[in-house]
Design a protein around this ligand. Structure first.
Ligand code: DP6
Length: 350
């Protein structure tokens, strides 16, 4: 049995096109979600582990961007407790965890997908090292996605590069509520050159956390309709990715963003996460599309920022439009240039 060592993973964030909103059981989604894994927004997590004879519970220290972080520490504690049910030997280890995001905390980008997936990958690598288990890559990633999902639903999708589906979906073999699956071989090449220009409208703390928002779906009068919409859109979005129908792809993506924010408006209590500039940008985008007939689309996560999605072919035109018309509506002119990515990378193992 290996008694000490070091593991480090870099894991990316992802943007959902069909949204996960609402849970059942423990961390299971009400409807399937489809996402695009990013490249430049990622978390790097390093864990140094040592076996300790007298430990009853896993002990850990945590540095987030080089500093202590109490709210994140309590999320990690709950996650490690859940993972130790799957991996009892974890309870005899001391873990020194250090984690960094490539994007600033204040960028308004959700970090739970990248940070919890990086942690899940590290903990699974440690388990395999300590117990001397050799897993093939496919089984390793499936298990990592399963563990990541226990920490944060969207994190289950970050374990794979390209386009990813989480949630049982009729007609898609291997799809599951327990873990995500990669869609890469079902996606037209054009979508593998997709960009995500993230327009930062506001970097402030959200009025409501995702966990609180998911809970509010329980009493939302439109819950059933949302679940059916999500299921239907997942199937049709995957079809559009396969046949390379950018028009249908864009219609579904924008409808999903609007439907997600409609769920916020119809929750009890209701909440609003968009800002006036979000609507101004959306109006400008629609006008620009009417004038130019370019095939781009946009989505919103649980926040006011806009993810502008488009292919390599129209990159120059989109960059020009962002710089001349949109950055003036962004907070301090900020936007993040990102694109579809290859998935997590093991950066240290000894
Ligand atoms: C709107 O994955 O952050 O971004 O499972 O409670 O950690 P927890 O929620 P989380 O929810 C993400 C919601 C979303 C849509 C999505 O990413 O699918």
């Amino acid at each position: 049995m290996v008694r000490s060592g070091k593991i480090a993973w870099r894991s990316p964030s992802n943007i959902a096109l069909v949204k996960y909103w609402g849970k059942k059981g423990f961390q299971l989604p009400l409807n399937p979600s489809v996402s695009m894994t990013l490249t430049n927004c990622y978390t790097e997590t390093t864990i140094e582990f040592n076996h300790k004879n007298n430990l009853k519970n896993p002990a850990f220290s945590l540095l987030f961007q080089g500093k202590k972080n109490v709210p994140f520490e309590s999320k990690i504690r709950s996650f490690i407790e859940v993972v130790s049910k799957e991996f009892p030997a974890l309870s005899t280890l001391n873990l020194d965890i250090s984690t960094h995001n490539s994007f600033p905390h204040s960028a308004g980008i959700a970090s739970s997908a990248s940070s919890l997936s990086a942690l899940a990958l590290c903990l699974l690598s440690i388990k395999n090292k300590v117990l001397g288990i050799n897993m093939n890559e496919e089984d390793f990633l499936k298990k990592a996605s399963y563990l990541a999902r226990l920490g944060s639903g969207s994190a289950s999708r970050s374990v794979y590069g390209g386009w990813v589906l989480w949630g049982e979906t009729s007609g898609i073999e291997g799809s599951s509520d327990d873990y995500a699956i990669p869609l890469s071989n079902q996606v037209d090449e054009k979508f593998n050159s997709y960009y995500d220009s993230i327009l930062i409208v506001s970097s402030g703390e959200k009025a409501i956390s995702s966990s609180q928002g998911h809970e509010l779906m329980e009493s939302n009068p439109y819950k059933e309709s949302r679940v059916n919409t999500g299921r239907f859109n997942a199937i049709n979005l995957i079809d559009a990715l396969k046949c390379c129908n950018e028009k249908v792809f864009g219609e579904i993506v924008e409808y999903e963003a609007a439907n997600l924010h409609a769920m916020f408006l119809t929750s009890h209590p209701s909440f609003i996460l968009i800002k006036p500039e979000t609507l101004q940008i959306i109006n400008k985008l629609k006008q620009f599309r009417d004038e130019t007939k370019l095939e781009f689309t946009f989505t919103l996560d649980a926040g006011p920022n806009i993810h502008l999605l488009y292919s390599e072919d129209i990159r120059d035109k989109m960059l020009l439009f962002i710089n001349t018309d949109l950055t003036a509506l962004c907070e301090d002119g900020k936007w993040i240039d990102d694109k579809v990515g290859m998935g997590p990378i093991l950066i240290d193992s000894n």
